[in-house]
Design a protein around this ligand. Structure first.
Ligand SMILES: Cc1cc2nc3c(=O)[nH]c(=O)nc-3n(C[C@H](O)[C@H](O)[C@H](O)COP(=O)(O)OP(=O)(O)OC[C@H]3O[C@@H](n4cnc5c(N)ncnc54)[C@H](O)[C@@H]3O)c2cc1C
Length: 94
């Protein structure tokens, strides 16, 4: 996790909290990069784990079982979390 003392030298923004970024957040929590501030912007707080969907339909798992709370995961990784939809990327002004 990024400590309060370390200055922010670089920003990384994850758009969407699906499988890829959920795994990346978990890895980041275990091994953060000093000086890098991570931000997650996602339309949903809960992301479904698609591999468990058939088990949910079959009644083996509850709705809660098959969802990952990406807000909590972001907090665990020391990342900022914004529940919102990204509408564009300003590459010119970075
Ligand atoms: C029924 C089903 C079963 C599957 N089973 C398996 C399996 O067993 N094993 C396997 O390896 N793969 C499986 N897959 C495939 C796997 O789910 C995908 O490959 C994986 O989810 C892709 O991850 P992702 O992070 O790229 O995108 P996604 O998981 O689709 O996540 C995208 C995220 O971005 C958010 N988002 C979208 N637009 C915006 C925006 N403008 N602003 C902010 N946020 C936004 C969405 O809300 C979502 O949270 C399955 C897929 C399905 C549908």
């Amino acid at each position: 996790m990024r400590t309060r003392e370390s200055p922010v030298l670089r920003d990384i923004v994850f758009i969407g909290g699906g499988h890829s970024h959920a795994v990346a957040l978990r890895m980041w929590a275990m091994k953060p990069v000093p000086g890098v501030r991570l931000t997650l912007i996602c339309t949903d707080t809960e992301t479904p784990y698609s591999g468990m969907l058939p088990g949910f339909i079959a009644g083996h798992y509850t709705c809660e079982d098959i969802h990952i709370d990406v807000r909590r995961l972001a907090e665990f990784a020391g990342a900022r979390y914004y529940r919102d939809g990204v509408t564009g990327i300003d590459r010119t002004n970075r």
